[in-house]
Design a protein around this ligand. Structure first.
Ligand SMILES: Cc1cc2nc3c(=O)[nH]c(=O)nc-3n(C[C@H](O)[C@H](O)[C@H](O)COP(=O)(O)O)c2cc1C
Length: 260
């Protein structure tokens, strides 16, 4: 599947085949994609524990709890617990030095290393409490999770992100470090629903979201580009497709689901 089609096809797949395990190779490719994502200062604070339902204790399953649409977790063959490890920020200087030595930062290596020691690293150390508040690190983690999600779609899998309602319990039962912050749970499996999953979910109008040169001047949306994106299947039919309710009724019976 091409990238644009994968972006268009990616949905929150809430209905997964409970009985069909996911090959670890496919999960590995998701993790490999997450690992390659960009990070400010290359800190790489995104971590994950992959939980296979078949191997999970009742204690772990209880801690894998989400308030909204939590039924998905009990049926998902795999749940990836994504977390941010703040300990990665404490060794950020090492990551910067690696960037310089990889010739990805600075033009002259010796001058760049000196600049790191004298200016950049002390600056980041002083600014770290503020940086932790900015959400920058969380944003980078999101980029990693997004890359993993696209690789999942490309491999025929479906995923759905769920906010964790028992983050502290999860930290304990999965032995996450004290410095961890649980970000989100990602159910992974083979979709039980059609790939369209009822169609493209509602999005706010393009012009309302994006500006050109100054906020309030809508970025002009070229209809030819829109047509191109329809052709490449990045833009797909809006939800609900006419037969969605029948599909939901069928899924509810097949998967023994609650009304909500
Ligand atoms: C970070 C994040 C957390 C989410 N948490 C939940 C959740 O706790 N429960 C839920 O039902 N859906 C959750 N979702 C799914 C969204 O509701 C979903 O993305 C949205 O309805 C749009 O659908 P789409 O992903 O198919 O475009 C979450 C999505 C994201 C990106």
């Amino acid at each position: 599947m091409e990238l644009q089609e994968a972006i268009g096809t990616r949905r929150s797949y809430r209905f997964l085949l409970p009985h069909k395990p996911v090959e670890l190779e496919k999960i590995q490719k998701m993790l490999e994609a997450a690992r390659l994502a960009s990070f400010w200062g290359n800190v790489q604070a995104l971590r994950a524990v992959v939980v296979r339902r078949e191997h999970a204790s009742e204690e772990v399953m209880d801690a894998l709890f989400a308030l909204v649409a939590g039924f998905q977790i009990r049926r998902a063959p795999v749940v990836i617990v994504w977390y941010l490890d703040y300990a990665a920020l404490d060794v950020q200087g090492d990551r910067l030095e690696e960037l310089v030595r990889a010739r990805a930062l600075g033009v002259d290596e010796d001058a760049a290393l000196a600049f790191l020691d004298e200016t950049l690293i002390p600056f980041f150390e002083a600014a770290m409490p503020h940086i932790k508040q900015t959400g920058l690190t969380d944003l980078d983690c999101g980029q990693g999770i997004a890359q993993a999600t696209l690789v999942a779609v490309e491999q025929g899998l479906g995923t759905c992100l769920l906010g964790s309602a028992k983050a502290e319990d999860l930290k304990r039962v999965l032995s996450l470090p004290e410095t961890a912050k649980v970000l989100v749970l990602q159910c992974v499996g083979y979709p039980a629903e059609t790939r369209e999953a009822g169609g493209q979910r509602p999005r706010l109008p393009f012009e309302e979201l994006y500006s050109l040169d100054a906020c309030g001047t809508p970025f002009p949306r070229d209809p030819d580009v829109v047509q191109d994106l329809r052709d490449s299947r990045m833009l797909q039919e809006p939800a609900p497709l006419p037969w969605r309710q029948e599909e939901l009724d069928m899924l509810q019976r097949a998967l023994d689901l609650p009304d909500f």
